[in-house]
Design a protein around this ligand. Structure first.
Ligand SMILES: Nc1ncnc2c1ncn2[C@@H]1O[C@H](COP(=O)(O)OP(=O)(O)OP(=O)(O)O)[C@@H](O)[C@H]1O
Ligand SMILES: [Mg+2]
Length: 377
């Protein structure tokens, strides 16, 4: 029977270090490492034990070393934010002296000697917080605001201009006035489409648009999209075809949302494929029949490798000049939100969407959904 619980403090202390969300290194006054956690091992890319190693042999960054030295000399905490020039890396470093306070002091002499000892034995905890992700999010937010202002201001400016011209033409030239009215209507339609896409995206992002997941026949869904998009493809003199591996596969999906993803992918494919090209919507079974892959392939202009990783970002439009000019309103295209919405919808289903492309030859977008295996019982 255990009648007294004794704590193994060294073990407990190490666990405490591991619980810290950042890399932590504890050094003595001579900069020798006394304790550290696994996150520090990752950060320093160390392959051997760090115990007893001098900090200045591991960290070359003079700003960090200076912060530690300042704390050691002053016995005061120090904090600093370090940004690496020419890279997006940013760290918040804090150095905190850890004194060994004597527990019980019998007399003055003993207290002084203990305090001296404590001074000599002081350790310094260095916590290194990686701010890169935070900085990236701040940049995304800034870009978002810049983009949205631009996207809203451009059509608004043309509506204003058109309204002014309409004012001049309304009494003198009825036909001209009619044309301006129609142009205003197109701009306003574009604006409201943008605003609803934005609202939709924000609802999906914040989880306010619940997915209604039910069994959906993949083959049938693809055929429906084909029927919906055929007139558009024909108008642009493109061949639209399907390539369904297995007609009766059931996937777990919100059919309305997945239909919207496919419509957007096909819409993009039509937009970026010159007349005479082919767009294929298809399905393939993967992972031994556990997942169903949907794909939309085109023989269009393609996407440059450096742009591929960015096309799923909100508002990102690769090379604006390439899309067809007679498509959805002015400027030859949409607002660059379609793929951002598609990614969120697919991820809300637990899937992933990827794009592959060879410039000049075409692009393929793929995403997967879980297959519902019919139970035999
Ligand atoms: N099939 C494709 N071929 C070539 N480029 C593509 C294709 N699909 C997407 N892109 C590129 O990715 C960008 C982002 O696509 P996304 O669907 O998000 O926006 P959009 O089509 O421009 O506007 P929206 O979908 O909001 O109407 C496009 O502007 C285009 O540059
Ligand atoms: Mg689009």
């Amino acid at each position: 029977m255990v009648d007294q619980v004794t704590i193994n403090y060294q073990h407990f202390f190490q666990k405490l270090l591991e619980a810290a969300p950042w890399p932590v290194i504890i050094v003595d006054r001579n900069l020798s490492i006394r304790f550290y956690n696994q996150l520090a091992v990752h950060l320093l890319e160390a392959t051997e034990s760090l115990l007893g190693v001098k900090l200045d042999q591991l960290i070359q960054d003079q700003a960090i070393l200076q912060l530690v030295q300042e704390s050691i000399l002053s016995d005061q905490p120090r904090k600093g934010e370090l940004v690496k020039t020419n890279s997006s890396t940013a760290w918040k470093v804090s150095v905190t002296p850890l004194e060994h306070a004597p527990q019980k002091v019998e007399n003055q002499v003993q207290r002084e000697s203990i305090e001296q000892l404590a001074q000599a034995c002081s350790y310094f905890a260095i916590a290194i917080e990686d701010l890169s992700e935070l900085r990236r999010l701040e940049r995304v937010r800034r870009d978002f605001i810049t983009n949205i202002s631009h996207e809203l201001r451009t059509p608004l400016a043309s509506v204003r201009l058109l309204a002014e011209t309409l004012e001049d033409a309304i009494d003198t030239d009825r036909d001209k006035a009619q044309i301006f009215l129609e142009k205003i209507e197109t701009e306003v339609q574009h604006l409201s489409a943008l605003v609803s896409e934005l609202l939709e995206l924000s609802r999906i992002e914040s989880g306010l648009l619940p997915m209604v997941i039910e069994p959906v026949e993949a083959g049938q869904l693809v055929r429906e999209i084909m029927a919906r998009m055929l007139p558009q493809a024909q108008r642009h003199r493109l061949t639209l075809r399907t390539e369904i591996q297995d007609e009766h596969i059931l996937v777990a999906a919100d059919s309305k949302q997945i239909a919207r993803v496919l419509v957007n992918l096909v819409h993009n494919a039509i937009k970026f494929t010159p007349s005479g090209g082919t767009v294929t919507i298809g399905t393939v079974l993967e992972r031994g029949g556990q997942t169903q892959r949907f794909f939309v392939r085109d023989t269009g202009v393609g996407i440059r490798p450096e742009e591929l990783p960015r096309i799923f970002e909100r508002f990102y439009k690769a090379d604006r000049a390439r899309s067809k000019t007679d498509f959805i309103g002015p400027g030859g295209g949409g607002s660059g939100l379609g793929l951002a919405i598609a990614r969120h919808v697919v991820e809300a289903h637990g899937g992933r969407i990827i794009a592959e492309s060879i410039p000049g030859q075409g692009s393929t977008f793929r995403f997967t959904l879980p297959v519902i295996v019919p139970s035999n019982s």
